[in-house]
Design a protein around this ligand. Structure first.
Ligand code: TYM
Length: 432
């Protein structure tokens, strides 16, 4: 069962208390020491009848230090065995997709595919960002279904729950709580520069919500809670990542530097970096090679959805925008559609540019389009059948999401506590 965050984070701090006899030790003792580190990972398991027990996760330090010599094995890293006997530290990544409509080829090639490809390299947290999904008008009856759909598609695309934690954002309440704390740290002026907000707000007109304006801060909270070093996203998210870095720096500067602060000399947040693929970072609309493929485009024909049946894919490709040039070529500024479709073909066939040019360079649109459509159908078919399997019996999916939320909550709850302490809040444990 998922515990509410206040309970779980309370339990974490209770664990700290049990071992340190004083929760503030986490901030006061440089490096925090093994005792509090180990204690901070003690959690009460309902399965263990309320006994304190050590989870299978690795030790976390109570705080992250600002200096370059900060301990490597902090709550932003996973240790594993390495060949030279030293623990190998894997970087942590976090990313997410909104459960708004169908996942499309842009989401897949820009984000999910690289998550899958890099699973062994990093310690992975992937969430379905349902709180973000309500920043635009949404249909309540569809939100749960869309959230399950996206999670199932993560798994169907190759996310392995043994290597990656998959969870639903709203199941870990620290996201919303940290968002509020960060709201009070972030200047309005920074937010007014957010390009995606301006673009989306224009479309929503009068009904635009504060939530949409706040979207990038919630995204910063998602990332900062997990001390993620890298955030694999498409090109369109670069500005949001820069904002997350700025917020982390501002928070650390404001609350961790001054002598009077509980977190003096230490940082609470790590500054994340965007991890953007070279190819697939910006998949364009099928109807206009100069605008991004997007879920919010009212024309369904502008995108290939991962769950589009083969006949729909064929129809969409046959209708996609072309030009009057002969032959297929990359990077002709007068032919953005041609470059886009060749990029898609390359991504789904894994062929090199040279191979593709030799294969299709001489072709007319009428010959190339069916080839592209069949390549897409073949690439998506295994994802679609795995998705159907997962949705037929949701028990596996639910188990993965429950376990993912538990693991996510343990990490996020701890960071949230650190942030609150650094800001000077009292906690329930202080009352005991
Ligand atoms: P969303 O759902 O709009 O997009 C999910 C991911 O898909 C990428 N993407 C694209 N990549 C290439 N070409 C396209 N046409 C295209 N369209 C979308 C996006 O860059 C993104 O990586 N704000 C995020 C959701 C989010 C998030 C986070 C991501 C919330 N919190 C924390 C990372 C970390 C978004 O754009 O969702």
């Amino acid at each position: 069962m998922i515990r509410p965050a206040w309970r779980s984070s309370g339990i974490l701090v209770a664990g700290m208390l049990a071992a340190c006899m004083a929760p503030v030790m986490a901030f006061r003792v440089p490096g925090a020491g093994l005792t509090s580190l180990a204690a901070s990972r003690l959690r009460v398991s309902s399965a263990a009848g309320g006994r304190l027990q050590r989870p299978a996760v690795r030790r976390l330090p109570a705080v992250l230090h600002m200096s370059a010599s900060a301990p490597a094995a902090d709550n932003a890293a996973a240790e594993g065995a390495s060949t030279d006997g030293k623990p190998e530290v894997r970087k942590r990544i976090l990313s997410g997709v909104q459960p708004t409509g169908n996942l499309h080829l842009g989401n897949y090639l820009g984000a999910i595919r690289q998550w899958v490809a890099n699973q062994d390299k990093y310690e992975n947290f992937f969430c379905v960002v349902d709180l973000h999904a309500i920043t635009a008008p949404h249909v309540p009856a569809e939100l749960t279904k869309s959230s399950f759909d996206i999670a199932a598609l993560y798994l169907a695309a190759g996310i392995d729950p043994n290597k990656s934690k998959v969870f639903i954002q709203s199941h870990v309440t620290a996201h919303a709580e940290l968002c509020w704390l960060l709201n009070c740290v972030t200047p309005m002026g920074w937010m007014e520069k957010m390009i995606q907000y301006k673009e989306k707000a224009k479309k929503q007109g009068e009904s635009v919500s504060i939530g949409l304006f706040d979207y990038p801060i919630l995204m910063a909270a998602d990332i900062l809670l997990y001390q993620a070093q890298l955030v694999p996203v498409g090109e369109d998210q670069r500005q949001h990542l820069e904002l997350s870095r700025d917020i982390a720096r501002r928070f650390n500067d404001q609350y961790c530097k001054k002598k009077s602060m509980p977190a003096k000399g230490r940082r609470v947040f790590r500054e994340p970096e965007a991890l953007i693929v070279k190819e697939g970072a910006r998949v364009m609309s099928l109807l206009d090679g100069t605008s991004k493929m997007s879920k919010s485009d009212p024309a369904d024909g502008s995108r290939i959805n991962l769950l589009d049946p083969p006949e729909v894919i064929r129809k969409k490709v046959s209708r996609c925008k072309t030009d009057s040039f002969e032959g297929m070529e990359w990077n002709n500024p007068e032919r953005p559609e041609c470059t886009n479709l060749l990029n898609i073909y390359k991504a789904v066939t894994d062929k090199s540019e040279e191979e593709i040019l030799a294969e299709v360079g001489h072709m007319r649109w009428g010959e190339f389009k069916p080839l592209l459509a069949e390549a897409l159908v073949a690439h998506l078919e295994p994802i679609q059948s795995k998705y159907a399997e997962l949705m037929e019996d949701k028990s596996q999916l639910k188990r993965v999401l429950l376990e993912g939320a538990e693991a996510a909550e343990a990490v996020a709850g701890q960071t949230n506590e650190l942030a609150k302490r650094a800001m000077g809040f009292t906690t329930r444990q202080d009352l005991a």
